[in-house]
Design a protein around this ligand. Sequence first.
Ligand SMILES: Nc1ncnc2c1ncn2[C@@H]1O[C@H](COP(=O)(O)OP(=O)(O)OP(=O)(O)O)[C@@H](O)[C@H]1O
Length: 240
Amino acid sequence: MSSMVKVNGLAHSFGREDVLKEIDLTVSRGEIFGLLGPSGAGKTTLVKMIVGILEPDEGGIFIGDEKVPSLDLMRSIGYMAQSDALYQELSAKENLDFLASIYGLNKQERKEAIHDVLQIVNLQDHKNKIVNQFSGGMKRRLSLAASLMHKPNLLILDEPTVGIDPVLRQSIWEELTKLKENGMTILVTTHVMDEAEKCDRLAMLRDGYVIACDTPEKLKENKQVESLEGAFLAYGGRNL
Ligand SMILES: Nc1ncnc2c1ncn2[C@@H]1O[C@H](COP(=O)(O)OP(=O)(O)OP(=O)(O)O)[C@@H](O)[C@H]1O
């Protein structure tokens, strides 16, 4: 499988804190790749660099053949940040419509895109509701919908299911799997074990280092443990 994302020798500090150290990893086209690690491990920092909104001190990132950052790349990446970037005074539909206008979709494309993404996150019945009347979970779902509006090749999700109940979390993962089957590459950060289990491959992050990277099955097998949590600890992680 060819690579979609290549991270080479990445390092970054905030002041005196070395947040990322010697990060090398490759995300293959068409896989769901997870970044698993406890709070503060550096997941968000790494994701922001891959998206191109934060510049690393050292190392480089390629998406396909293109070096990050690049405006062209922005068009092929869907990014859902940890905090929701939504207009609180607008309805769900108006938020998506606004995004569609930024992406330059015509009227028919807009209509279809809005319909499709609202269906994926199961918010069709709430499309006319003002966002500040949404629950936290509904806002996360709308943010996910927003990240899908321009049919990106690479979808980057920073803790996408925080605040979302288990049933909906399950349905969102089913949708992510479908998107993958349709050729999308998905990079997702999480510290939830059952989500990590659903990834094709995982990088375990601790204190700014990748301590292990493989399929969930191999990570467990290599350390002869039953759970990913056990594997994380065996590789030298702390409690997640
Ligand atoms: N803008 C910033 N300025 C200074 N320090 C920062 C900044 N952003 C992140 N950090 C620090 O970098 C470290 C890694 O943070 P990061 O948000 O990447 O971790 P994370 O693994 O995503 O955690 P979480 O799961 O809680 O989101 C933390 O110690 C954090 O305090």
